[in-house]
Ligand binder design. Sequence first.
Ligand SMILES: Nc1ncnc2c1ncn2[C@@H]1O[C@H](COP(=O)(O)OP(=O)(O)OP(=O)(O)O)[C@@H](O)[C@H]1O
Length: 342
Amino acid sequence: MIELDGAEGGGQIVRSALSLSALAGEPFRIENVRGARDDPGLKHQHHAAVELVAEVCDADVEGAELDAETLTFDPGQPSGGQYEVDVGTAGSVTLVFDAVLPLAVTIDEPLAVTISGGTDVEWSPPIDYYRRVKLPVLRRHGVDAAVDVERRGFYPAGGGVATLTVDPSDPAPIDLTDRGERHGVRLYSVASEELTDADVAERQARGAAAALPDDVDVIERTAAYAETDSIGTALTLRAEYENTLAGANALGERGKPAEEVGEDVAREFVEFDEGDAAVDRYLADQLLVWLALAGGEVTIPQITNHVESSVELLGEFGVDVEIERGGEDEAARVSVSETLDR
Ligand SMILES: Nc1ncnc2c1ncn2[C@@H]1O[C@H](COP(=O)(O)OP(=O)(O)OP(=O)(O)O)[C@@H](O)[C@H]1O
């Protein structure tokens, strides 16, 4: 039984522990779940992830209740099939996807997971980032997964629906150290249909395009409107380089001009582009579990708290991640040579 202490981290520790435990066939017990947060314990999104991974790998679970701060998880054999989960609020759909996605390397049959909740909510990958940046990067390394968005869900009502389909996959070592030449960027803007007359989706995309440096080529710009339960907006930028993809994104806020949402996204991209890392700061922590499974090396803009807590967690599962911190203008480097024993 692996004993974990969640006191220093957030929900990501729970999600990654679920995936690693299911893959290694090793039970774990975690105390102080999300201990670093003001509202510790399992919230809807984390609870949904526990229930889902438990179902997919037929686990014995103790303590999987809302607000629980201690959880024990003893996995069986993961299997494909069709699963459905309702997060119940605007809890993040993409973060629940993240808990099952790594099972791609162990399933024998395809897996399809339909989740209802928030598709574009704070502190999590917006669904366009997930399907246009994260999954394409993983697909290039042999992870056969895709997302279909049936309905958008914004805070607070949620009500979004998306399906992740995953085929059995055998990923190649992750090699993302040199991003190569920039080809250009694509902008994906979306807003609730109530904002159509105010042109909000177009204005977000235009705001971003106008704020980009002259030498950045905008390859594509889309603006769409969707029927949603709560009114909201989202903008994702996908930057394409010779060897990699990176993202920048923002959500709209009541009272904030749409153009400013675009400018925020452009600024985030420019900051990334001025550095020399191959992946953005979000993918930096999300790829660690893949490094543990497939090995390889990635350059990242900075060692965030999320990276640190994930590295520590991987250590608990017997995977040593090497970190080179980099300098002021130099990307940090993370690598794994001995992958997870499974
Ligand atoms: N704007 C964003 N774009 C892409 N990814 C994001 C974005 N914001 C957050 N993420 C990713 O979402 C994950 C959030 O993990 P974290 O543990 O903080 O969240 P959580 O499960 O909601 O738990 P908690 O409430 O404890 O913070 C990280 O992998 C992070 O990289």
